[in-house]
Write a protein that binds this ligand. Structure first.
Ligand code: HEM
Length: 225
């Protein structure tokens, strides 16, 4: 099968992805020091750095939401159940037998069904939990304690537990994500694509978006919906 180099990840997308990765890593590192897991910066500085990185992440999220809405790229994350079983089978068994990828990657559909569901869950559940609890944590501790008492939250405990659960979920995602990065066409092809933006995809003709003339069922269904 012939392949063609196409831009899968645009410049802003790569900037967003890598800055987000650095910030989440740093927030996890300082956060678990605040949690008491180890000592590195010292509690006071860990809190200070955690707050600065948190504000940067919030700003980045605002820009990323704007970019996804204006470019229509949010559609990439709409979850689908189609082919989810074959994708799961691939990760559990097929991958160890050198089976072909069950879904085809195109510019219009660059996430497989499991990625769609995972990233969707991250965006609608994990990130909102961590951001909301983090902001409540900040507001409770710093400007005015009574603001949160007004929301009927008696102590920091609920907020701290929610934030820590969010942190564990995010760290679990990162661990899975790091493994899955290596499961592209080659061990490094996914990483290379997110660094350079370019990936070699199966050639589907001359359409500008790289779409397939004879689309596979997953892509056809997504385009239709
Ligand atoms: C916008 C995002 C975030 C905000 C606003 C935020 C804010 C905060 C604040 C204010 C604290 C308490 C600091 C103190 O004790 O004075 C905290 C603690 C913590 N943060 Fe974050 N944070 C955010 C994102 C993250 C992320 C992405 C992670 C992990 C990947 C994380 C992990 C933690 C952990 C583990 C703690 C300690 C919780 C505890 O033991 O009570 N945070 N965060």
């Amino acid at each position: 099968m012939s392949t063609r180099s196409v831009v899968v990840y645009k410049a802003f997308e790569r900037f967003w992805h890598w800055l987000q990765a650095v910030l989440i890593f740093f927030l996890g590192f300082t956060g678990f020091e605040i949690h008491g897991t180890y000592a590195f910066f010292g509690f006071r500085d860990a809190v200070r750095y955690h707050n600065v990185a948190a504000i940067m992440l919030l700003l980045l999220i605002v820009f990323a939401v704007f970019w996804h809405l204006t470019t229509g790229e949010w559609r990439q994350y709409v979850p689908t159940l189609t082919n989810i079983r074959s994708q799961l089978n691939y990760y559990l068994f097929g991958i160890f037998r050198n089976a072909p990828h069950p879904t085809r990657k195109t510019v219009l559909s660059k996430l497989n069904p499991l990625q769609k569901i995972t990233y969707f869950g991250l965006k609608v559940l994990v990130i909102p939990i961590i951001v909301t609890s983090g902001l409540l944590y900040m507001l409770y501790r710093y400007p005015q304690q009574y603001g949160i008492a007004g929301l009927n939250i008696e102590s920091l405990e609920v907020i701290a537990i929610a934030h820590t659960i969010g942190a564990f979920l995010l760290v679990s995602f990162v661990v899975g994500h790091l493994y899955l990065i290596t499961t592209g066409e080659t061990v490094t092809s996914n990483l290379k694509a997110m660094l350079t933006g370019v990936e070699d995809l199966a050639d589907h003709g001359t359409e500008p978006d790289g779409g397939a003339p004879a689309p596979d069922p997953v892509i056809a269904q997504e385009k239709a919906s």
